[in-house]
Design a protein around this ligand. Structure first.
Ligand SMILES: [Zn+2]
Length: 402
């Protein structure tokens, strides 16, 4: 690891340590790319991950916000997967039960196409306001439509007037480079409504580091947290941390926080005790060291496996045409010669292309014609679902998961 002169975006501490670099990766892996040429010539940027020795926050210090696009062509929904929908509905019900969300005002920051806030509105008779520049109107016709408002913009102090009993923000914070500024903005926007419950969900860096999941590191994700670094970020910005937990096979990290003080940047965490499971900065550094020690071997294992399959003339497809797939292919330098297709169950992605490496994204039914020998599933959580989908098409390829 090398120390760099870069202030930590979470705690402001100096001297982050660089531990992982991948150059020239596509700057976006879920935009709909309409041609192979466009995919192969996709704008690129660098991944230079650094960890803060003071708070344990991990940041891509080469991230350039100007290169990211969160427009209507941003297609990251997992809502076509029954496995994901089951999780998503259970999460909505859990939050409704935990915080008694019935007839309440709910804000979702980064609501994507509105799936989740629509569920909260429908399942708890709540009123919802969703913020997202990538919002597409009309994707989800809902009986709760008259209680839902969508604002195609980033959430900011411009919207302080919107009252909320509950603020949720899922899979968004990891896309924001200046996380300290962002959480401070959320806190200021809440003002003196100190009974507001704040819930965030993000990828769990412990899973990425300890599973050496290099395919979970990609350009749009510029910020990575463990329980400990996430809790510390909220505390220094005027929140009390009430709970921290993981879900989805430990891939997701959740936090419940409550604003403290009366619209001031409260106690700044002085003397507050930590919640169970919070890693210290030192423990996070140990996880980073573990990742550094093993990622080269992990990548080489996959390269060798894919080379072996190719040498045997096996047809290999990826299952999952999203970020993990793009990161897997670009990090391993897989070309169209190596793997020709990626499958995705989202019909909006059919006929589009993987950014960077140019594989066509096909619908599952394409496989009945293509007859793959090996299917590599980009997330182990979907193994049962994908296995059943393949069996339903009378296909029995070798199934691998990352
Ligand atoms: Zn820090």
């Amino acid at each position: 690891m090398r120390s760099v002169d870069h202030a930590c975006p979470a705690c402001g501490g100096a001297g982050m340590s660089v531990f992982y670099e991948v150059r020239n990766v596509p700057v976006n892996s879920v935009l709909l790319v309409r041609s192979r040429e466009e995919a192969l010539n996709f704008q690129r940027g660098d991944l230079i991950l650094a960890v803060c020795p003071r708070c344990g926050f991990i940041s891509n210090i080469a991230f350039d916000e100007a290169l990211t696009q969160y427009t209507a062509a941003y297609e990251a929904t997992q809502g076509y997967s029954p496995t994901f929908n089951k999780f998503h509905r259970a999460l909505a019900q859990d939050l409704i039960d935990r915080y008694d969300l019935h007839g309440k005002d709910v804000i979702e920051i980064g609501c994507d196409k509105g799936d989740f806030i629509t569920m909260l509105a429908e399942m708890g008779e709540n009123r919802g306001v969703g913020f997202d520049p990538a919002y597409v109107p009309g994707r989800h016709p809902s009986p709760a439509a008259e209680r839902l408002t969508f604002i195609p913009d980033f959430y900011s102090e411009k919207y302080t007037d919107y009252h909320a009993d509950f603020i949720c923000c899922k899979m968004t914070l990891e896309h924001i480079p200046d996380v300290g500024d962002f959480i401070a903005t959320v806190r200021r926007s809440i003002g003196d409504q100190t009974d507001t419950v704040v819930f965030f969900q993000i990828p769990n860096a412990r899973y990425v580091l300890c599973d050496v999941a290099f395919w979970d590191i990609y350009y749009e994700h510029c910020s990575y947290f463990t329980k400990g670094s996430l809790a510390r970020l909220f505390r220094v910005n005027g929140f009390d941390v009430r709970d921290l937990w993981t879900a989805y096979d430990d891939q997701y990290l959740m936090i419940e926080a409550r604003p403290n003080g009366a619209g001031e940047l409260g106690s700044r965490g002085a003397g507050e005790t930590s919640v169970a499971g919070e890693e210290s900065a030192t423990e996070t550094l140990e996880m980073v060291e573990y990742f550094v020690k093993h990622y080269e071997a992990r990548r080489n294992e996959w390269r060798a496996e894919l080379a072996r399959m190719k040498a045997m003339g096996q047809k290999v497809v990826l299952w999952g045409g999203g970020s993990k797939g793009v990161a897997f292919l670009t990090t391993l330098g897989q070309t169209l010669d190596d793997i020709a297709y990626a499958v995705d169950i989202n019909p909006i992605k059919t006929g589009t292309f993987m950014a960077g490496t140019g594989q066509e994204i096909v619908a599952p039914t394409f496989l009945t014609e293509y007859q793959p020998d090996v299917v590599i599933i980009m997330n182990p959580v979907y193994r049962a679902e994908v296995t059943a989908d393949l069996a339903a098409m009378d296909l029995a390829p070798e199934i691998r998961t990352l």
